[in-house]
Design a protein around this ligand. Structure first.
Ligand code: NAD
Length: 499
């Protein structure tokens, strides 16, 4: 059986800890390969080698670094199909979704080609007589990226793109559930000309993560995953004096106003609720129709659409709507929450609890489910389900709907469907959520904006991507300089006056 190791100093190496994890094909439930789980010593060695390589990369001029990234983008395009198949095989998402995963990461890399623009700093001429003042952005050194299973191409690139473009070296610890694609990305980056040691990929579990959090050389940690782990990583990294940005889970609401185009809203909800089996941090998991009539109309439109969804492995063709969830444990958790919803009194309008797929009985497929009459005290409302389950919470008024979103512990994404400009504008301005869609169900910002949630969806004060990505992976140094000729012009006096 294939055994995946690590990617260190420009090549794949086998793991040395003797510990291995199983990598499943979620469509069949079979273990298809093994992945090495790194020991603390292996992580520390990867970090030490990155620290050796980093100064030369930082000293390479930024446009030259940009050219390596440009070449990497070309190689991603060349290998798009290969990457998508490797991704679907381990994650289970459809091929178009897998291509989207690579594409969204690629767009961040494209943005990073412009690193010279982002890093050029500020300058004040004549801050005092003969005195100039300038600020520059310098890389932090060696940084760590820790990523989740649900976007094994895009999220590692969100993390290593701006980090490496800024002149850092990154040690990436991808999800142990689908480790093939991050290793392939590192190989392609080497082929593009990235010097050895600048992108190290260390596979592993909690032991590897803790080793990164405690390693003194690591200056910053970028994390994306579930909220409890985000909180844990944020506290441990910052307690160890590191910079940290940790993005967590979500419970994204979509408000449907009575004046919304109901067909459009229903189509949007089906795509945003069930696409990628609901395993997206920007998935809509709660529909909030305003008014009983709106709710009845919406349910009527949703049911036939949901019943038509094709749930199958990615190999069954491009018309598959979504595939299996990631693990047996994830499937069990989702089905358990569905049971709890029924027990706690929600109305299960589309019920696929007995869903099985012929020939794939051991796969982790979960049929689509729609709940109506969900209330905020129910577990299906409170917990992030991360599966193909859409809950409907009926609100009597716009204010009640907004209040629901405001009070939710998560604040990643939200949307409103309406034709009323006033309501839309009020919503965008008032809501305490990081990313807002107006008649757009999954408002993922493009690479040159920033991505990040509020409340328990994000810890740390800078977002990912866009200008914030560069701010997070650099620090500012400000130099004040005076040359002797400045003194001749009465610089002494002015210099004192400036203090
Ligand atoms: P996860 O938190 O289980 O794992 C994320 C990473 O943390 C993995 O690399 C994993 O190995 C590591 N990890 C897991 N348990 C750990 C522990 N106890 N100690 C140290 N490290 C540990 O998340 P997941 O299941 O891979 O991904 C799904 C979650 O990620 C969902 O909650 C989803 O909402 C969230 N997510 C958030 C965003 C965002 O931008 N906010 C984006 C994608 C996914």
């Amino acid at each position: 059986m294939e055994e995946l190791g690590h990617y260190i100093n420009g090549k794949r190496i086998a793991g040395a800890s003797g510990r291995l994890g199983d990598v499943y094909n979620p469509a069949t439930g079979e273990v298809e390969r093994k992945v090495a789980l790194a020991s603390t010593a292996e992580v520390d060695a990867a970090v030490a080698a990155a620290a050796k390589a980093q100064p030369a990369w930082a000293a390479t001029n930024p446009q030259r670094r940009g050219r390596v990234i440009m070449k990497f983008v070309q190689l991603l395009e060349r290998d798009m199909d290969k990457l998508a198949v490797a991704l679907s095989r381990e994650h289970g998402k459809t091929l178009p979704d897998a291509r989207g995963d690579v594409q969204r990461g690629l767009e961040v890399m494209e943005y990073c080609i412009g690193a010279p623009q982002m890093l050029k700093g500020e300058f004040t001429d004549n801050a005092g007589p003969g005195i100039d003042m300038y600020s520059m952005r310098q890389p932090l050194g060696v940084v760590a990226g820790i990523s989740p299973f649900n976007f094994p191409a895009m999220i590692p690139m969100w993390e290593f793109g701006p980090a490496i473009a800024s002149g850092n070296a990154m040690v990436l610890k991808p999800s142990e559930r689908d480790p093939s694609v991050p290793l392939m990305l590192a190989e392609l980056f080497s082929e593009a000309g990235l010097p050895d040691g600048i992108l190290q990929v260390v596979n592993g579990d909690k032991e590897a993560v803790d080793a990164l959090l405690d390693n003194e050389t690591i200056q910053a940690v970028g994390f994306v995953g579930s909220t409890p782990i985000a909180q844990y990583i944020y506290s441990r990294a910052t307690a160890n004096g590191k910079r940290a940005q940790c993005f967590g889970g979500a419970k994204n609401h979509m408000i449907i106003m009575p004046d919304a185009d109901m067909d459009q809203a229903a189509d949007a909800l089906v795509g945003a609720g069930f696409g990628a089996a609901g395993e997206r941090c920007m998935a809509i998991s709660v529909a909030v129709p305003v008014g009983e009539e709106t709710a009845d109309k919406l349910i009527e439109k949703l049911v036939p659409r949901i019943e038509k969804l094709k749930v199958a492995p990615y190999t069954a063709g491009d018309d598959v709507d979504y595939g299996p969830v990631i693990t047996a444990a994830a499937k069990e958790k989702i089905l358990g929450l569905i049971e709890s919803g029924v027990k706690q009194g929600a109305k299960l309008v589309v019920d696929n609890r007995d869903f099985t797929l012929q020939g794939y009985e051991n796969g982790y497929f979960v049929g689509p489910h729609l709940f109506d009459n969900v209330t905020p005290d129910m577990d299906i409302y409170k917990e992030e389900i991360f599966g193909p389950v859409l809950s409907t919470v009926r609100a009597e008024s716009y204010d009640e709907a907004v209040d629901l979103v405001m009070k939710n512990q998560y604040g990643n994404g939200t949307a409103i469907f309406t034709r009323d400009g006033d309501a839309a504008r009020d919503f965008a301005s008032r809501i305490n959520v990081g990313m807002v869609g107006i008649n757009v169900p999954i408002p993922v910002p493009l690479a040159y904006h920033t991505f990040g949630g509020w409340k328990k969806s994000g810890f740390g004060d800078l977002n990912q991507d866009g200008p914030d990505g560069f701010r997070f992976y650099t620090r500012t140094k400000t130099v004040t300089s005076r040359w002797p000729s400045g003194l001749k012009e009465g610089g002494e006096f002015h210099f004192k006056a400036m203090d």
